[in-house]
Design a protein around this ligand. Structure first.
Ligand SMILES: C[S@@+](CC[C@H](N)C(=O)[O-])C[C@H]1O[C@@H](n2cnc3c(N)ncnc32)[C@H](O)[C@@H]1O
Length: 228
């Protein structure tokens, strides 16, 4: 993913939060590239990144260790369900979950834990890839794969992404655990995200009966969990 794409995603999250932010938490921060963008965008903000990978946290420390506003811990999202771990990680106004949920073994538990770290009025923003729902849509991802192994690898990756129905199920499952949390869902193309055209206010607050718009050209989903 290009830095432009990540920067637009972060700007969308900040616009959706729409209020001041003293603490930002990135769950699944990897090597710290998105956290670095956030640090540059928000000079007055304290940042925390967690990731279960030793190598990722070591690389993030290398990239960001000089910045005293940034704390990094080796934890998975699901670890935040443990009160002792959650206590180490400050409550956040914005929790970013960027291109990682497809890897989580317990995504409902992990997102439940993320939402549990929100301060009142805070937002948990999730962006990830949508599984193509036709062979035509899958062809764009398969085009660069030349060998049988590469094709199998891309197909395995796509299998781990969420379908639109699974995204809706996921959002309902997370909110079912938090009476004070509402959610919105957006489906978009890469181009729309990169152009920064997500108009969060046009996305309905999802009730079980709300129909969510999506088309064959959508590649990503965005979930906005808003704590009252
Ligand atoms: C593609 S990287 C995304 C990095 C980062 N969010 C970014 O935008 O630059 C995915 C990261 O998710 C992490 N991850 C895997 N399982 C996880 C889990 N259960 N909880 C949190 N992070 C996880 C991986 O270790 C990896 O560093």
């Amino acid at each position: 993913m290009t830095p432009v794409f990540a920067a637009r995603a972060v700007q969308t999250a900040l616009a959706a939060l729409g209020r001041s932010h003293r603490q930002v938490l990135e769950v699944g921060c990897g090597r710290g590239d998105t956290l670095r963008l956030v640090a540059d965008l928000l000079p007055g903000t304290e940042l925390t990144g967690i990731d279960p990978s030793h190598a990722a946290i070591a690389a993030a420390r290398e990239l960001l260790g000089h910045d005293s506003r940034i704390s990094l811990y080796r934890h998975a999202a699901e670890d935040l369900l443990d009160a002792a771990v959650a206590d180490r990680v400050s409550e956040a106004d914005l929790v970013l979950v960027h291109l990682t949920v497809g890897l989580w073994p317990d995504v409902v538990g992990g997102l439940h834990a993320c939402v549990g770290r929100l301060s009142p009025g805070g937002l948990c923003y999730v962006l990830d890839l949508l599984r193509p729902n036709t062979e035509h849509a899958a062809a764009a991802y398969l085009a660069p794969a030349l060998t049988g192994d590469e094709i199998r690898y891309v197909r395995d990756q796509m299998a781990a992404w969420y379908s639109t129905d699974e995204v809706e199920w996921l959002a309902e499952s997370v909110c079912g655990n938090h009476v004070e949390v509402r959610h919105r869902i957006g489906f978009s193309s890469f181009a729309e995200v990169a152009a920064g055209v997500t108009d969060v206010s046009s996305l309905a607050i999802c009730e079980p009966t709300t129909a969510v718009r999506h088309t064959e050209t959508d590649n990503v989903f965005q979930l906005f969990f808003e704590r009252s």
